[in-house]
Design a binder for this molecule. Structure first.
Ligand SMILES: Cc1cc2nc3c(=O)[nH]c(=O)nc-3n(C[C@H](O)[C@H](O)[C@H](O)COP(=O)(O)O)c2cc1C
Length: 168
């Protein structure tokens, strides 16, 4: 092995996970942001975490409302996941602009993409500063899944979004 940078390592670990982090906008709409840096933390109690740049609008929304749904988008959302990862929700309704159809979850104020393989509805427990990001530590309230939706992954680091079957 040779010495490399952390971004270079993220290309070697591809395919990397892809989620669409769903947060509540002040107008009741859903903000969608593409996030690869998420992880399971604990099964008992159920907890997950994700890291987002300090400047992200999603972070602002989740710190304000303490609610978030982390979804794994289905294959139908490949191009929208790229768009949601390169636009801020601060001045754009991404779901409307990029044509992401949303659906309700029981007892949840945040609507989520219809084409989701997994949706993890969470309450924000804490967030901590980690360099240029905040790490959002979340308690899981409900989890939903649909095995018929094919999960998306990020390839070549985070440059391309496609199902894992791409390389088979
Ligand atoms: C494949 C991919 C993965 C990404 N992963 C992350 C991530 O883990 N954390 C992060 O802060 N931004 C990540 N981004 C960038 C955000 O999605 C981007 O900054 C977005 O504009 C934030 O939107 P917001 O301001 O509405 O929250 C990723 C983008 C792409 C395309």
């Amino acid at each position: 092995m040779k010495k490399i940078t952390l971004p270079a390592a993220s290309r070697l670990t591809s395919p990397n996970p892809v989620t669409l982090v769903c947060t509540l906008r002040p107008d009741g709409g859903t903000n969608l942001a593409t996030v690869s840096w998420w992880n399971y933390l604990s099964f008992n109690p159920s907890m997950i975490a994700f890291a987002m740049a300090k400047t992200s609008y999603s972070g602002e929304c989740v710190r304000e409302t303490k609610e978030v749904v982390v979804t794994v988008p289905g294959a139908a959302l490949a191009s929208q996941a790229v768009s949601c990862g390169s636009t801020t929700g601060r001045d754009t309704d991404k779901a409307a602009t990029f044509g992401v159809e949303l659906t309700e979850l029981d007892g949840c104020a945040i609507r989520v993409p219809v084409h989701s393989r997994v949706a993890i509805q969470c309450e924000l427990k804490d967030f901590i500063e980690v360099g240029d990001h905040y790490l959002y530590i979340c308690t899981v309230k409900n989890v939903y899944g649909d095995a018929n939706e094919e999960a998306l992954f990020a390839w070549n680091g985070y440059a391309e979004i496609a199902p894992a079957a791409k390389k088979v």
